[in-house]
Design a protein around this ligand. Structure first.
Ligand SMILES: Cc1cc2nc3c(=O)[nH]c(=O)nc-3n(C[C@H](O)[C@H](O)[C@H](O)COP(=O)(O)OP(=O)(O)OC[C@H]3O[C@@H](n4cnc5c(N)ncnc54)[C@H](O)[C@@H]3O)c2cc1C
Length: 413
């Protein structure tokens, strides 16, 4: 079976990994060279602890407060755009306890499956992807945040994950090389992290060695559909016949919706990261600075710091007004790191593919026999990539999926 995967981000590569294991003839198309996407410079967390969807109770009020500040970790670029307006309205409607209670178990299952599979992938790859199974710290400075995090820890335990509520002294004991200035934290020991760029490189090399074809600089513009089947994928220059197609185009998922007769709600959520080389004071654990929504990831001797969500912004600009607070937050929680704000040329940006209910799209296109959508993983695409890849390969093979996928239906809005 000839499978064409559109998108060489972590989702496309994970689908290619499992599809080629099933013996399919796989071609991966990308409009770029596969490095200019959201999957390269992110924080690299594999976080089963992130089972609460982005659209959660309280987030709308918090988001509106943040919207008024030019330095806040969340911002919506308001513009006359019907798709953005529809996305925001749906997000508003989904951000309630009932929807979260319904969606969190779906996320939890996909996160759990992926957490298990990523260790197998890392073991099978011939080079290291820097996978560390040291857990993750959620750190806070405000008492109200502490209550919220303790509640999340309780919910995580109910779902079967370990979560330890820590005092400031206990957090400090876990980071003997750097001073940590927090009120407390929660430790999720089953979280892990890796070097996302190394994962992307290693996956691609191994897929090429295994016979997968990569076609770079091939922007897909449409499809040839006949009798309920996609027969070919069209790029500006060529037409590629196929037996099945997987749409894994990240934040640009909706660009091809019309060609497949779909209506997908996806908005880009721009975020930034900076990597500080050769740190003398090392963090032992990745940490999320919860009050400021900043992620800290030790990557060998380097330290990556990332954050911010600028919704609806898909240009390549670097907004230093939102970059500076990320570095400032890191220096406030870890006062002896003395990180300086880099120039815009040293800031990486990525566009998270955000859906309004916080669940990815993962399923067959209802009216087509051979088209699967895999995207919209928002802030946790690295964490859910392995499971997504396995499930997509099972759908392509017409097998029963490892976990139920109904909650991720592509026509759910
Ligand atoms: C600052 C930041 C930190 C993050 N940290 C984490 C983290 O710690 N853990 C985690 O799990 N997630 C994290 N994420 C989220 C994660 O990076 C994304 O969820 C994930 O990379 C999305 O992968 P993707 O393959 O769907 O999209 P992408 O990586 O964006 O790949 C999509 C690909 O499709 C291609 N494409 C698009 N349209 C077309 C077309 N028409 N034709 C051909 N090709 C096309 C693009 O060129 C691109 O290469 C973070 C994101 C950001 C911004």
């Amino acid at each position: 079976m000839k499978v064409v995967i559109i998108g060489a981000g972590v989702i496309g590569l994970s689908c290619a990994w499992y599809a080629s294991k099933k013996g399919f003839e796989v071609t991966v198309l990308d409009s770029g060279d596969g490095t200019d996407n959201c999957s390269w410079g992110n924080a690299g967390y594999i976080s089963p602890s992130h089972f609460v969807p982005l659209a959660s109770p309280g987030i709308v009020a918090q988001g509106l407060r943040w919207m008024l500040s030019p330095t806040s970790p969340f911002y919506i670029r308001l513009k006359a755009d019907a798709a953005l307006a529809r996305w925001c309205w749906t997000f508003y409607r989904k951000a309630n306890a009932t929807v979260v209670a319904r969606n969190a178990p779906h996320l939890n299952q996909l996160l759990g499956l992926s957490r298990q599979l990523i260790e197998d992938i890392a073991r099978e790859l011939p080079v290291s992807v820097g996978l560390q199974t040291k857990g993750c710290l959620m750190l806070y400075k405000k008492e109200t945040t502490g209550h919220h995090e303790a509640e999340l820890a309780r919910e995580a335990r109910m779902l079967g994950w370990s979560a330890e509520v820590l005092s400031a002294a206990e957090v400090q004991a876990m980071e003997p090389d750097v001073r940590v200035d927090v009120l407390g934290g929660v430790y999720f020991p089953q979280d892990a992290h890796l070097h996302p760029g190394s994962l992307m490189q290693a996956l691609r090399q191994d897929l090429v060695a295994g016979g997968v074809t990569f076609l770079s600089s091939n922007e897909v513009t449409g499809f040839n559909i006949s009798k309920g089947k996609v027969e070919a994928v069209n790029t500006g220059e060529s037409r590629l016949t196929c037996d099945a197609v997987v749409l894994a185009t990240g934040s640009r998922l909706a660009h091809l919706e019309a060609g497949l007769g779909l209506s997908l709600l996806v908005q880009p959520g721009k975020g930034y990261s900076m990597t500080f080389g050769d740190q003398k004071s090392r963090l032992y654990h990745p940490a999320i600075l919860v009050d400021d929504r900043v992620a800290m990831t030790p990557l060998g001797a380097d330290l990556r710091v990332g954050g911010t969500m600028e919704l609806g912004n898909d240009d390549g600009s670097i907004n230093m007004r939102r970059v500076r607070p990320i570095v400032q937050a890191a220096n406030t929680y870890y006062p002896e790191l003395y990180l300086s704000v880099p120039g815009p040329e040293d800031v990486w940006h990525g566009l998270r593919p955000c859906t309004p209910d916080g669940l990815p799209y993962l399923g067959k296109v209802p009216h087509l026999q051979n088209a699967v959508v895999a995207g919209g993983h928002a802030m946790i695409g690295i964490s859910m990539a392995a499971g997504t890849g396995l499930l997509v390969s099972q759908m392509l093979a017409g097998e029963k999926t490892e976990i139920p996928v109904d909650g991720f239906r592509v026509d759910r809005f």
